[in-house]
Design a protein around this ligand. Structure first.
Ligand code: ATP
Ligand code: BTN
Length: 255
């Protein structure tokens, strides 16, 4: 897109003041044939969502709440990699633009000293083994003060303003995020997952550390060993057995 310095990301930008969730709007536009790189951005979301239907706090004008339509020529098994592509792209852009040392928490969060700065929700539209489109939703807390978070997020969430001590204009942040997403998305498609995974490992703060794994069947303690080439997390349980965790099914806590 002209002015952005990107070929794909932001080729169209659909701006909304209010939306239930930018992910659903992007899915609707993708079904209607909007091109790859279309960005749906809202000032606030009344029904912002995280994984497993959890709520995403999206206060008006205080963060970037947006979704990008993607049409990658990949197989279904490779689609979880996109969450990691986005995490690398956003973490690096945030680091370069603000100096905030954002780290990645498997599979879809960016943390600063254990507090959540950004969440990524990639949704898929596919049939049999054909990927029709994906929507990459990104929620980045920017100018939220600590006292503005709801009680349940106090001590859990953070923002760029809290971390830097200053107001951060949002438009330049959106620009660097789209530029970084473009670079890492193209690298993934052209060079495969290996270079993404290498960078992801460098940025990840939940590898080689004790963790608690929460599943619908219950919780257990273990040690996060590594991720495999599909993006699954390998956790060694205290009895020595290794579990392969697929995003979407589990929730992770650092111990
Ligand atoms: P966690 O391990 O932090 O619970 P998760 O990956 O298991 O995260 P998600 O569904 O990815 O859970 O994230 C949703 C959670 O993120 C919510 O339940 C809430 O705790 C938290 N959250 C919601 N809005 C925000 C926000 N704006 N900033 C930071 N955290 C938020
Ligand atoms: C998570 O941590 O579970 C992911 C949160 C993703 C939030 C973003 S904000 C833009 C997009 N629209 C949504 O409803 N969710 C994502």
């Amino acid at each position: 897109a002209e002015g952005l310095g990107t070929a794909v990301m932001g080729s169209r930008i659909e701006y909304f003041v209010d939306l239930p969730t930018t992910n659903d709007e992007a899915k609707k536009l993708a079904r209607a044939g909007y091109p790859e790189g279309t960005v749906v951005v809202a000032e606030t979301q009344s029904g912002g969502k995280g994984r497993m239907g959890r709520f995403w706090f999206s206060p008006r004008a205080r963060g970037l709440w947006f979704s990008v339509i993607l049409r990658p020529p990949v197989n279904l098994v490779e689609t979880p990699q996109m969450t990691m592509v986005a995490a690398v792209a956003v973490a690096l852009a945030v680091r370069e633009h603000t100096g905030v040392a954002a780290g990645i928490k498997w599979p879809n969060d960016l943390l600063v000293e254990g507090k959540k700065l950004c969440g990524i929700l990639v949704e898929l539209n596919a049939e049999i083994d054909r990927v029709n489109f994906m929507v990459a939703g990104i929620g980045l807390n920017i100018n939220i003060d600590s006292k503005q978070f709801p009680p349940e997020l106090v001590g859990i969430a953070t923002s760029l303003k809290i971390e830097t001590g200053r107001h951060i204009p949002r438009v330049p942040v959106l620009r660097v995020l789209l530029q970084s997403l473009e670079i890492w998305y193209q690298r993934w498609l052209q060079e495969g997952f290996a270079p993404v995974l290498e960078k992801w490992r460098e940025l990840c703060v939940t590898l080689d550390c004790p963790v608690t794994v929460h599943t619908i069947k219950g919780s257990y303690a273990g040690h996060a060993l590594d991720v495999d080439e599909t993006g699954a997390l390998l956790v060694q349980r205290t009895d020595g057995t290794v579990e392969r965790l697929v995003a979407g099914e589990v929730s992770l806590r650092k111990r």
